[in-house]
Design a protein around this ligand. Structure first.
Ligand SMILES: Nc1ncnc2c1ncn2[C@@H]1O[C@H](COP(=O)(O)OP(=O)(O)OP(=O)(O)O)[C@@H](O)[C@H]1O
Ligand SMILES: [Mg+2]
Length: 223
């Protein structure tokens, strides 16, 4: 059974000037353990797909199943739990909390989930696993390089041990060498930790990391 499935998913934004059709009948099935890229021109619906996969957004019509559950039948509380327990997000802009230290940023999802018991140790363990030196744990995100900030963001996404990672142009703000190091890290999480990864990217070099690439054109999967 796929870990994420879309059946005839549409997303329409009603605007005064007329409806914007962001997704026009999308069918996708992502299997456990896959590393899948989503590529396509600007405005083709890539981020919309990722946001729906992450239950940050809901489709206008169609069926979305995540980890065996139909998200159309879930209320807000259930969606929050789904995000917390199954999904890790990684964004182009890192989205770290600037006033919290590196280790506090990574610890934060654990504290939201179950309190401080053991959270610091777990955060430190995951930071080490993504290659952040202990000497940086008490720095603020703004004191780190872009590549280091993205490693911290990946640690934060992994700390709750999610089933899958959703990445929206995770290397988009990095130079090519740093981007390659981040791709190597995600590749390792896929191969060694079994994380399912769905990644939006504009960079054709990323296709060599992935099992397959879904190409979008005008809100449809190109065949
Ligand atoms: N909140 C919104 N309100 C209205 N239209 C929106 C909204 N969000 C997205 N859209 C429209 O939906 C379409 C798909 O947007 P989406 O952000 O998914 O594209 P994308 O493929 O991620 O593009 P990019 O490569 O530029 O990030 C675009 O036409 C966009 O203008
Ligand atoms: Mg986008």
């Amino acid at each position: 059974m796929p870990v994420i499935s879309f059946e005839s998913v549409t997303k329409v934004y009603p605007l005064p000037a007329g409806d914007v059709v962001a997704l026009a009948g999308v069918d996708i099935a992502i299997e456990q353990g896959e590393f899948v890229l989503i590529m396509g021109p600007s405005g083709s619906g890539k981020s919309t797909i990722l946001n729906i996969m992450g239950s940050l957004d809901v489709p206008t019509s169609g069926e979305v199943t995540i980890a065996g559950k139909n998200i159309g039948r879930m209320d807000d509380d259930e969606l929050t739990l789904m995000r917390r327990d199954h999904i890790g997000f990684i964004f182009q802009q890192f989205n770290l909390i600037p006033l919290l230290s590196v280790v506090e940023n990574v610890e934060y999802p654990l504290i939201l989930k179950g309190g401080r018991n053991g959270s610091r140790g777990r955060a430190e363990e995951v930071l080490k696993a993504v290659g952040i030196a202990e000497s940086h744990f008490t720095h603020k995100p703004g004191q780190l390089s872009g590549g280091q900030q993205q490693r911290v963001a990946i640690a934060r996404a992994l700390v709750n041990d999610p089933d899958f990672l959703l990445c929206d142009e995770p290397t988009g703000n990095l130079d090519s060498k740093t981007g390659t190091a981040i791709m190597d890290l995600l590749d390792r999480m896929n191969r060694e930790e079994g994380k399912t990864i769905v990644m939006v990217t504009h960079d054709p070099r990323m296709t060599e990391y992935a099992d397959r690439t879904i190409r979008l054109v005008d809100g449809k999967v190109a065949t």
